[in-house]
Design a protein around this ligand. Structure first.
Ligand code: FES
Length: 121
């Protein structure tokens, strides 16, 4: 019989595996043009990487330059395989946990931050 501690650890490991699977193939793209950076995109990018790491979630994080929506920066796109690409605007580091656990991991779009939706390309 395993100790309670062993069981707890196994459960945590299993949770990590499920989490990693849930977001596999998902892309997160942060707008890092000059106005994006001025609006705090670096901090948002750091918060995304930290949140993914903390929760052991596998997703691809990349950056893009100017996409012409300065007033909505910082911009974060999330694209899960086979789903619409969602653009979030005015993203703050404090919004990142909702985006990562809600959308990236579970597919629940964070509606109040959405500024655009695109078909998968
Ligand atoms: S850098 Fe943000 S719209 Fe150009």
């Amino acid at each position: 019989m395993k100790s309670r501690e062993d069981l707890r650890r196994l459960r945590e490991e299993a949770k990590g595996l499920v989490a990693a699977r849930g977001a596999e193939g998902t892309k997160i793209i942060v707008g890092m043009g000059t106005c994006g950076i001025a609006a705090g995109a670096r901090e948002v990018m750091a918060a995304i990487l930290e949140e993914l790491n903390k929760r052991n979630i596998q997703a691809t994080v990349t950056q893009t330059g100017c996409i012409g929506m300065c007033e909505k920066e910082p911009l974060v796109d999330v694209q899960r395989p086979g789903e619409k690409r969602i653009t979030y605007g005015n993203v703050k580091p404090a919004d990142v946990p909702r985006i990562v656990t809600g959308h990236v991991l579970h597919g629940n779009i964070v509606e109040d931050l959405v500024i655009a939706r695109f078909e998968e390309i």
